[in-house]
Design a protein around this ligand. Structure first.
Ligand SMILES: *Cc1c(COP(=O)(O)O)cnc(C)c1O
Length: 387
């Protein structure tokens, strides 16, 4: 008998949606403003207050947020952007679509974040920017990264897809670089179905992002059709169609209200996992660094096949048989054929990321999980390890 029945499969990353979100979406539908309107403006304001950033621009994904940020920096073809190999493909694809060349620095094997020592080794005369990813919600070493950026005159775009609640020395992730990019995809800590946010320190930068994100038009559509009468728009860039809808913001506003409550619940689950897995032959997340807050977006364990007697992929098969969902974050970027063929990247160039990517597995960590759900995951992990 599996730990859970098939019709009770524990879905990885299931969002916690409550009545407030449902009512707000219905209110948007009834108001007639379903596109980009007042709720998007409110969500931007609420979000910028939460992360203590002066400016924010909502868009329809973090992928869009990253793309807009990189285009807004005015980078040119051939410019190099250094990022991590232990990330979602979107971080790298955004660099490519901005016309730049991605360069991979390896990660620190303990924090799993981009290693500043490796960043320094990858700097060339063509390097223009660094794109750190706060992996799993653990902040990158921003003091070192910003010092490198200052020394070499580089821009910084932070991928904060995992890092809404993350802080580093009292400041929120995303407020260090020129831009911080957030995701509200279903599995993320705040979800809007699909959605993203760019934050910036500079008003002119956020204006550029807003214009680029709506066709390159100089005014928002919802202002254009307001009761102030029709206004002509001017196209000032070849922009994109990346705006967020009020229906999405309606969900986001209430999700954001509950961000700290959900974070607390994930901390409890995290502690239960740490306690339960400490004695097992798996690797567990390192403690958070002093004066930082880890957002607890992903709880990952490492399966060394020698120590565990089972490899990661076999473990995934067994866990699925127990009807527990899991994720892999991530197979390292150089494992994928497109990047190998286009950039000639070799696995041995970023050995830590490749090794982690082959051993890592992410267990369910949604705030929606009950104590019984967590107990099922713990039981299933023990069974899969034959412990
Ligand atoms: C989810 C994710 C993205 C992309 O976010 P979307 O909102 O789905 O576009 C980018 N980077 C990282 C690290 C992510 O986890």
């Amino acid at each position: 008998m599996p730990v859970r029945s098939k019709d009770n499969f524990l879905v990885f990353g299931a969002p916690r949606i409550e009545q407030d979100e449902i009512d707000e979406v219905v209110a948007s539908m009834k108001s007639g403003w379903i596109g980009t309107g007042p709720k998007v403006a409110r969500f931007e304001k609420d979000f910028s207050q939460y992360v203590d950033a002066p400016y924010a621009a909502a868009c329809n994904s973090c992928t869009a947020a990253l793309h807009l940020s990189l285009v807004a920096l005015g980078l040119k073809p051939g410019d190099e952007v250094i990022t991590t190999p232990l990330t979602f493909c979107a971080s790298v694809n955004a660099i490519i679509h901005a016309g730049c060349t991605p360069v991979l620095a390896d990660v620190d094997p303990v924090t799993q974040n981009i290693d500043p020592v490796s960043i320094r080794e990858k700097i060339t005369p063509r390097t223009r920017a660094i794109l750190p990813v706060h992996f799993a919600g653990r902040p990158c070493d921003m003091d070192s990264i910003m010092a490198i950026a200052d020394q070499h005159g580089l821009k910084v775009v932070e991928d904060c897809a995992h890092a809404i609640e993350t802080t580093y020395k009292g400041r929120h992730a995303g407020t260090f670089g020129n831009f911080g990019c957030f995701s509200f995809y279903v599995t993320k800590n705040v979800c809007t179905g699909e959605g993203g946010m760019v934050i910036a320190r500079d008003e002119e930068d956020i204006r550029t992002v807003k214009v680029l994100g709506l066709h390159g038009m100089s005014a928002d559509a919802w202002k254009r059709f307001s009761d102030e009468g029709y206004k002509h728009y001017e196209v000032v860039h070849a922009g994109f169609k990346y705006n967020m809808m009020d229906i999405q913001a309606a969900i986001g506003i209430h999700q954001l209200n509950r961000v700290e409550e959900n974070f607390k619940r994930r901390c409890e689950i995290w502690d239960m996992y740490q306690e339960a897995f400490r004695a097992l032959p798996v690797g567990i997340p390192a403690p958070e660094e002093p004066d930082t807050r880890h957002a607890r977006h992903l709880y990952t364990i490492m399966l060394d096949p020698v120590a565990c007697g089972i490899d990661r992929d076999q473990f995934l098969v067994r866990l699925t048989k127990e009807n527990i969902g899991a994720g892999v974050h991530y197979l390292a970027i150089p494992e994928h054929p497109y990047y190998q063929e286009r950039y000639g990247w070799k696995l041995e160039d970023t050995p830590h990321a490749v090794a982690l990517g082959r051993e890592t597995i992410s267990l369910p960590l949604s705030a929606k999980l009950t104590d019984d759900d967590v107990a099922d995951v713990i039981k299933a992990v023990n069974i899969c390890l034959g412990a």
